[in-house]
Design a binder for this molecule. Sequence first.
Ligand code: GLC
Length: 418
Amino acid sequence: MVIRPAIILLSLLFVGCTQNVKDNGEFTLLVFKHGKIAGDPELFTQLINRFERENPGIKVKDETLPASTDEQHQFYVINLEGRSADFDVLGLDVIWVPEFAKAGWLRDLSHLLPEDDKGDFFPGPVQAVSYESKIYAVPWYIDAGLLYYRKDLLEKYGFSPPETWQELIEVAQHITSRETRIYGFVWQGKQYEGLVCNVLEYLWGNGGDVLQDGVSVINSYENIYALQFMRDLIAKYKITPPLVTTVIEEQTRHIFGNGRALFMRNWPYAWNIFEREGSPVKGKVGVSILPSFSHKESASTLGGWQLGVNRYSRHSEAAERLIRFLTSQESQKTLAVTTGYKPTRMSLYRDKELIMKQPFMLSLYDVFMKARPRPVSPYYMMISQVIQPEFSAAISGIKTPEDALSSAHKQIEHILVP
Ligand code: GLC
């Protein structure tokens, strides 16, 4: 295993800067770290306030970490390496739990997911929070890559939503040559975890993969074709602007939300924001599964966030209470409507009231069932960190897909050496 000196150095710096949490004698102060909450943060605050009213001895200080999952990961690694007790509840990306559990940074929360309740959660996230037969976090909300489209513009030009990538290219070229102020298709191409999620959808959709039986299979013909196709969206078909190589979810959401793109790949949270009062695209947006390559199946990356308890927390009982509350049926239902975070509890996809408010949730059930997890491994982030620059170089045209994938292959093999 390779230990990076830069991380050790950074950890020393960061640990010194974290703030100390003091408890007031009368109540327990819980610190809850999470990524930026989608939509109106006030609605999330109202949910936290409800928890505090129901639990008079506990106050929650919720603290937002930087937007990208990679920066959040770095924050946790640095602080947990330093045994920080400055936060109690952590929002965990679906890809981190085995790594954090192996490092001993999370409390065992198996008792929060007893067998009868566990069955209500989508299987993908349950697998993601399990490590060596124990559960280390509770699935909070689920994500999968989706295609957003401007239904008004497709209707205007007589098209239905594209089912294949070829159709998407044709429709985008046709419409953008007439509506010249909009981009054809935007997605997340910056060098970060979101790029890996995007690329995997093309690799898997073309029959490729990264690992098979714990061994790298990344430099396959299927993957070379798929990565070249992504580059071609920019350089050959010219439906994707080169700026995608610098953007993450929120920037693409702004572009599309300001009416400046015909198609966008993004997670489900964006829909609620587009439908808000005053949104320039309100009532004009459709959502579907991602297109597929001809005669192949569409593939969508499984994403989502889980809640865990910092092993060094001094308030584990209160922390567990907050997790129970936020992952309950009722809170997940509230979050689906307010922030657009999609429930990890399958029963909510049969909830009539919720479906009335969010009809597209019905079709999401299948998408979430089929969404593919990134490799579930304590070494996933190490693998991701070596493939990110290679994918980025290929879609930016700096390296050929062959060179990028062959270099990624060598580096993954190095990480996986026992
Ligand atoms: C979303 C997903 C998460 C993924 C990230 C990539 O937050 O839920 O799983 O890693 O996007 O940017």
